[in-house]
Design a protein around this ligand. Structure first.
Ligand SMILES: Nc1ncnc2c1ncn2[C@@H]1O[C@H](COP(=O)(O)OP(=O)(O)OP(=O)(O)O)[C@@H](O)[C@H]1O
Length: 291
């Protein structure tokens, strides 16, 4: 079980405050979603967590050890980003796999081979000449097969096509159940991956807006679905985050708890009540116009 402790973390780039006073801790087996709008500081946070760059304030500890310039602590963290951009043309898929195998003490070679086959990755081809999607698949393969105690996917799988992304989600969930560890997934495709999250971190303009269990967030409101006119009448006076209409059916995302009287009323008039979608909550919490 690996503990991550982040206290008062700050990172400035000249006059730009990419992160300000970020504090949270993660421990145990978790798939944690890291959400934030463009420029919120996700990549900066993940780079510091992996020891790729140094913070300008605060502390980051993995199992009680600082990660920056600490090979033992940094070895516990595998951060997956784009693969293949920085490598020289002669480097093949197999070369990168061999390199990762040497670097990662928990490397599972049989699992790596299985993933390479699943993503149909040509082992002898140059990594640089792979399509963007295949390079993403290579990154995902390295991250999963690393079995690092802290494995981080920084939007690295978003270049995969839909069938490959869903295969990645299923594989990730099954693998974390079998080989417990902490996984952090940063994403913009929230709904697609939300069901995997146990915890959610939301960054907004470099600050941690919230760190909460995903189930608690889903219970922060309700999706009210039914005949449009009935939904409209039911939601009068409630805070509606968004609405979707399909023919005569409407789904309204309502923020805030519904008391028992309201829930009974919903049943009486034939409305369905479901947990709030994380994506709607995220948009609500971080909206403030395009930036
Ligand atoms: N090397 C750098 N030099 C200067 N500013 C930087 C650097 N890296 C990041 N920043 C700035 O820090 C802020 C946070 O950037 P970061 O890439 O961490 O955000 P992000 O949440 O990952 O964004 P996105 O979702 O768009 O990838 C931005 O304002 C960005 O311009």
């Amino acid at each position: 079980m690996t503990d991550i402790e982040v206290r008062g973390l700050g990172r400035r780039f000249g006059s730009v405050a990419a992160l300000t006073d970020v504090t949270f801790s993660l421990s145990g087996t978790k798939i944690c979603g890291l959400l934030g709008r463009n420029g919120a500081g996700k990549t900066t946070l993940l780079s510091i967590l992996a020891g790729f760059e140094r913070q300008t304030g605060g502390t980051v500890h993995v199992d009680g050890e600082p990660v920056f310039e600490n090979a033992a602590a940094a070895a516990k963290v595998c951060l997956v980003r784009g693969v293949g951009d920085a490598v020289t043309p002669s480097v093949t898929v197999d070369d990168l796999i061999d390199h990762a195998a040497r670097l990662r003490t928990g490397w599972d070679a049989a699992y790596a081979a299985e993933l390479l086959a699943m993503f149909e990755l040509p082992r002898h081809e140059q990594a640089k000449s792979l399509s963007h999607g295949k390079r993403c698949a290579l990154g995902v393969t390295i991250g999963l097969a690393s079995r690092a105690p802290v494995t981080i996917f920084d939007e690295s799988y978003l270049g995969l096509d839909a069938p490959s992304r869903y295969a990645f989600y299923d594989t990730l969930l099954a693998d974390v159940l079998e080989h417990p560890r902490t996984v952090i997934v940063s994403t913009h495709l929230i709904e697609e991956v939300a069901s995997l999250f146990e915890d959610v971190l939301i960054l907004d303009r470099g600050r941690l807006l919230l760190h909460e269990e995903a189930d608690t967030l889903r219970a922060a409101g309700s999706a009210v679905t039914g005949e449009a006119a009935i939904v409209d009448s039911f939601t009068i006076g409630l805070e509606v985050l968004g609405e979707r209409t399909l023919g005569r059916t409407k789904s309204a995302m309502v923020y805030g708890p519904l008391d028992d009287r309201r829930k009974a009323r919903a049943r009486e008039v034939g409305l369905d009540l479901d947990p709030l979608a994380l994506q709607d909550l995220f948009v609500h919490l971080t909206s403030g116009g395009a930036r």
